[in-house]
Design a protein around this ligand. Structure first.
Ligand code: SF4
Ligand code: SF4
Length: 448
């Protein structure tokens, strides 16, 4: 097959470590206790709608949004509510959780019923409500409510892009989904097209997953609505802005969204979740998580119940074979370091990585910029990361703002490329945090 892989400006080629790509998804036996976070999506958290001692069915709603926007949260197992408690996340916030004692019966909620209408008979509003009630969020890690994304795309997005790039090293969850359940992705895409009122979808996939390209092409057949687009494997190809550019050659202006250039992007697993909600009435209660890293005994792609802990996931992968030094939720480039093994997985957890000393390098406190310009050449957002790091280090946050620090997507390409070991992203995050605090701080009235 001859094709010209699409790409974007900047970016870098990363060592892949996708050693789990040949491992089929394994369904994890849910643990005896499940702890479901009431803060699954961007925005206000949900409030529990159950009390301690209540019996809940699998798939029953246990939390509803505190505000008008947002979607409900469901029980991933059946059993008794043991506690309503909280855990501390990495930002020090106390996140409310509903703890369910798993009775091992997995009795499905009687409210889980397939949609009675065919896709040709259903309205856009009806699909949006099905997606909202199923609690579906962007499953690539963004955790933005999918129903709200559909609403924002109506009348604006002519093109729907299915993000199958999966450009972070180690993560193979979407790759396995494409190989094992391609029809769920394709049919979910058709449902989303109907909801948005758009007629064109592109399944965008990197050229290091040609087995998945073949599988999806075979299932798409002669459809004129859905086409494959093959992308060059380059980081951060999965970033929405780079994806839209690679396919349409349109740049999304700073502060704008894909819908502002006529596109909307959904992750592959999100499309599959939409299909299951529409056809079976199944809410979002499971997540495919790649568990990997050199400290994990048996790396796997795991279909895990929402609310299982990191500890449960690791023990399903036969525990650790080396002393852990770093635990990361998500990919090594954009994921977040974790310290609590008892934290629960959420709908945005795409990977759990555990690294030993051998895979972690010491931070060099005597780092220095040698003015090589590599960070500037590789930044996909065309920023000046070297200046941003320098300004931030010196507390010159207004200068960071002038140099558009808020447009940084924190992809980490600059830090990865830097021969001087400058912790560029760390400096950028500090500057963004300082600017956000300044923007939300109240004026000092005494100084008037
Ligand atoms: S890549 Fe590192 S050393 Fe090179 S200009 Fe950027 S900050 Fe300086
Ligand atoms: S400055 Fe931001 S957007 Fe640019 S490479 Fe660095 S982390 Fe990525």
């Amino acid at each position: 097959m001859i094709f010209l892989a699409l790409t974007f400006k900047g970016g870098t080629h990363l060592k892949q470590y996708k050693n789990t790509k040949k491992f089929p998804i394994e369904k994890m036996t849910p643990p005896s206790e499940i702890s479901i976070s009431m803060s699954q999506h961007i925005g206000a958290p949900c409030v529990p709608t159950v009390n301690v001692g209540d019996y809940v069915f699998q798939g029953q709603i246990i939390g509803e949004p505190a505000e008008n926007s947002g979607c409900p949260i469901h029980a991933s197992v059946s059993g008794k509510i043991k506690a309503i408690t909280s855990y501390k996340d990495m930002q020090g916030r106390h996140i409310q959780t509903v703890v369910i004692e798993n009775d091992g019966k997995y009795e499905l909620s009687p409210n889980i019923i397939p949609t009675a209408k065919k896709l040709t008979e259903v309205t856009s509003e009806e699909i949006i409500e099905i997606v909202r009630r199923a609690g579906i969020l962007g499953m690539g890690g963004a955790a933005f409510p999918t129903y709200a994304k559909i609403q924002s795309a109506i009348g604006k997005a002519e093109k729907l892009i299915v993000n199958c790039a999966e450009c972070e090293p180690f993560i193979t969850a979407d790759h396995r989904l494409m190989l094992e359940r391609p029809l769920e992705i394709i049919n979910g895409t058709k449902i989303l097209l109907k909801a948005i009122g758009s007629r064109k979808a592109y399944i965008a996939i990197e050229d290091n997953k040609m087995d998945a390209v073949e599988k999806l092409e075979e299932k798409i057949g002669k459809s004129q609505m859905i086409k494959m687009k093959i992308l060059r494997s380059k980081y951060p190809q999965g970033d929405e802005r780079q994806l839209v550019y690679a396919i349409t050659k349109k740049e999304i202006p700073s502060g704008k969204l894909p819908t502002d250039v006529g596109c909307v992007v959904f992750n592959a697993e999100t499309c599959a979740a939409v299909f299951r909600a529409f056809v079976y009435g199944m809410p979002s209660i499971e997540k495919i998580v790649t568990v990997s890293g050199d400290a994990v005994t048996t790396p796997k792609n795991v279909l895990a119940p929402i609310g299982a802990s990191y500890r449960d996931l690791i023990s399903f992968c036969d525990g650790l074979k080396k002393d852990p030094r770093k635990l990361i939720c998500g990919g090594p480039m954009m994921g977040t370091a974790q310290s609590d093994l008892d934290a629960p997985i959420t709908k945005g957890t795409s990977a759990l990585l555990v690294f030993s000393d051998e895979m972690c390098h010491e931070e060099d406190e005597n780092y220095t910029c040698i003015r090589c310009g590599r960070c500037v050449n590789t930044c996909p957002m065309r920023l000046m990361p070297n200046y941003l790091a320098q300004f931030s280090r010196n507390g010159r946050y207004e200068d960071c703002e002038k140099y558009d620090v808020m447009s940084c997507v924190e992809c980490g390409t600059c830090s990865y490329s830097c021969p001087g070991h400058v912790p560029i992203v760390q400096h950028i995050r500090s500057a963004k945090e300082a600017l956000r605090k300044k923007a939300t701080s109240l004026p000092d009235l005494d100084k008037k």
